[in-house]
Design a protein around this ligand. Sequence first.
Ligand code: PHE
Length: 390
Amino acid sequence: MQTFQAIMKIWRGQFLAAAVIALFLTGCNKPSSAPGVGGDTIKVGEFASMTGSEATFGQSSHKGTALAIDDLNAAGGVLGKKFELLMEDDQSQAGQPATVVRKLISRDGVVAILGEVASSRSLEAAPICQQNKIPMISPSSTNPKVTEAGDYIFRVCFIDPFQGTVMANFALHTLHLKNVAVLTDVKSDYSLGLAKFFKEGFIAGGGKIIAEQNYSGGDKDFNAQLTSLKSSKPDGIFVPGYYTEAGLIALQAKQLGINVPLFGGDGWESSSLVPIGGAALEGDYFSTHYSPEDTSPAVQDFVKKFKAKYKETPDAMAALGYDSAMILAAAMKSAGTTDGAKVRDALAAVKDFSGVTGKITMDANRNASKPAVILTIKNGEFKYVETISP
Ligand code: PHE
């Protein structure tokens, strides 16, 4: 009998514990409010590569995004509520964006998603946002396919058909190159797209692509590809990849005695590029979205605020992260609600929004048409060269 009572007691105890846990879990799982109604804050999700091979991308864009949320909240938020930014690290790894974005939507009940920097990771998350009717704004993914995922997917940056053409014209008319080699990361949608658009533009302008080689993001040794490219005697090498590999490629190219300029796109922009590539990068070029040297009050204001908060100079991803959050807030304000479909309509109607990275107007395909900036590496620093308008 005693044993029976003891068992009953334990069982009751377990039952109670289970009930408490169940209650707690339901409470946690349920979004604190249906989108647009109730709730103390407006929950905005962000997914970013805070760690891994593109860690500086996520860290920069997150800093910019968080600064915008601070600014918005200091001004009272929108619709009478403050913003709450819920950020998830996708570790620069394929597979993670889908997992963390699902979590943000179903567990946390966010009403919008900001991210990602890298096109492949935005492409992974976009269909999930689209299915759930949650507006997604990529700060800086430039591959055209990203916004083709559906009418809830936006970006505040230019796209690679433009960026590729800009670099093709720069190679032809400023660097006076005629025979260019291309070294592409076949694991990255960004790299594949930018390589394609560059080649089309360069050939259309009368240039010749004399050699092409591939690598996979994460590779460390590029000697085989570079040796092969060297033998075709290019007068420049286009490297449409991310900074970790671009830095190593520059370094190994110099070691092989390749002394022609290397140039790439926005994927080069990182505070880690020069620490990786060192002096081998001197005189190389890349295109990006903004320069902190821009003397416009919008840029200088932003640089000042950013430096005060983080003690560092903001790069393009930080500026675009800031703009992505500001545009979302403006769309919610003009929609008068956080309801997904209405915010989507307001985002689609964004016109002449004054961002840090310039005037932002959403075109019919939910892309922003904006100028590109070309930077060079001089004495280990990024220096402004020129701005090219669409
Ligand atoms: N445009 C790159 C992509 O689509 C990401 C990037 C943006 C990198 C801005 C650096 C600066 O993958």
